[in-house]
Design a binder for this molecule. Structure first.
Ligand SMILES: Nc1ncnc2c1ncn2[C@@H]1O[C@H](COP(=O)(O)OP(=O)(O)OP(=O)(O)O)[C@@H](O)[C@H]1O
Ligand SMILES: [Mg+2]
Length: 310
């Protein structure tokens, strides 16, 4: 088995244009490697190309978006490499669920409203693991739900009977169903309140330690990225302008734009100043209260039922 230093995904000089009335160079010559099992955060202002990059590396782009240069190579745990541009049709669909899975912003609204959660989860197995018997499928669906912190009794529920947080968890469960090696998450929790968001993020960091997948995590929320990421890439106008491990990026940012971005989050500057980590990665850093933990504590103080908050 390859070590954590080895990439699971290599993006090489990737360029993506939108060939609209005026051509938009949304991703410009981006090179980036995702190491096996790491959480790579991707931050940058709105419109800088984060989602385009995410869609590009999962081959989900639709016209007028086109890859105009470069390539993305997936290096399997089993030791072979696949250039994603060589995949098509059924191979590409299978690859997407099996090796790379995605959770996008508002994904929770893409559950089919007329099908029970069980049917939707089972569908993934029916399509991709047809050899499984019905009982085994059922069992796995129950396990998956519990993996993301939803009671398996909810298998019988329809999406509208679940809260937004639970539905987003179901989407994460679905993404993890086939034990992918890479999980791409584009603003997966932005639509959720901070307490639920925090719980889900903790779940994701726990799951990646347990299951060993790598994560590309995209958000505007730099403080949050600093907390959960191993490394962070800062994107601006289609370019990756800085990439470093999270702590170095925070303590010693090189690019003026990174500095500006950091200083635009009050929780990272000012009197309290210091950076806050949950200890997931560097237990030696003092745990400061973020705005989010403050809010979470406040929610507990007023006795919000966690189950209900989900
Ligand atoms: N369908 C499209 N046609 C033309 N231009 C597009 C299209 N979709 C996105 N763009 C442009 O591509 C650039 C990158 O957009 P993208 O959605 O990747 O940004 P983003 O970093 O994900 O932003 P946000 O943080 O707001 O989600 C922007 O300039 C955007 O206007
Ligand atoms: Mg986006």
């Amino acid at each position: 088995m390859k070590t954590a230093e080895h990439p699971v995904l290599s993006i090489e000089n990737l360029s993506i244009d939108y060939l609209a009335e005026t051509t938009v160079h949304a991703v410009r010559d981006v090179s980036l490697t995702l190491r096996r099992g790491e959480i790579l955060g991707l931050a940058g202002e709105s419109g800088c190309g984060k989602s385009t990059l995410a869609y590009g590396l999962t081959r989900l782009l639709k016209p007028p978006a086109f890859i105009t240069g470069g390539r993305v190579v997936f290096s399997s745990r089993e030791g072979y490499d696949i250039d994603l541009s060589t995949l098509g049709g059924e191979d590409l669909r299978a690859f997407r669920w099996d090796k790379i899975a995605m959770v996008f912003q508002g994904a929770m609204n893409s559950l089919n409203p007329v099908l029970r959660i069980a049917e939707q989860l089972e569908d993934v197995f029916l399509t991709h693991r047809p050899e499984l018997g019905k009982a085994e499928r059922r069992r796995r669906c129950g396990e998956l739900l519990e993996l993301v912190g939803v009671d398996r009794g909810r298998l019988r529920a329809y999406p509208h009977e679940l809260s937004g947080g639970m539905r987003q968890r179901v989407m994460i469960a679905m993404a993890l169903a086939l034990e992918p090696q890479v999980l791409v998450m584009d603003e997966p929790t932005t639509a959720l309140d901070v307490v639920v968001q925090r719980e889900i993020l903790q779940e994701i960091t726990r799951l990646r330690s347990e299951l060993g997948f790598a994560v590309v995590f995209i958000t505007h929320d730099l403080p949050l990225l600093l907390e959960i990421s191993d490394r962070i890439a800062i994107m601006r106008a289609g370019l990756i302008i800085e990439l470093d491990d999270a702590l170095t990026l925070y303590t010693n940012p090189q690019h003026p734009y990174t500095r500006r971005l950091l200083s635009s989050f009050p929780s990272l500057t000012g009197e309290r100043g210091d950076f806050i980590r949950s200890g997931v990665l560097t237990g030696d850093i003092a745990l400061e209260e973020t705005e989010q933990t403050l809010e979470a504590t406040a929610a507990e103080d007023v006795g919000i039922d966690k189950e209900e908050a989900r």
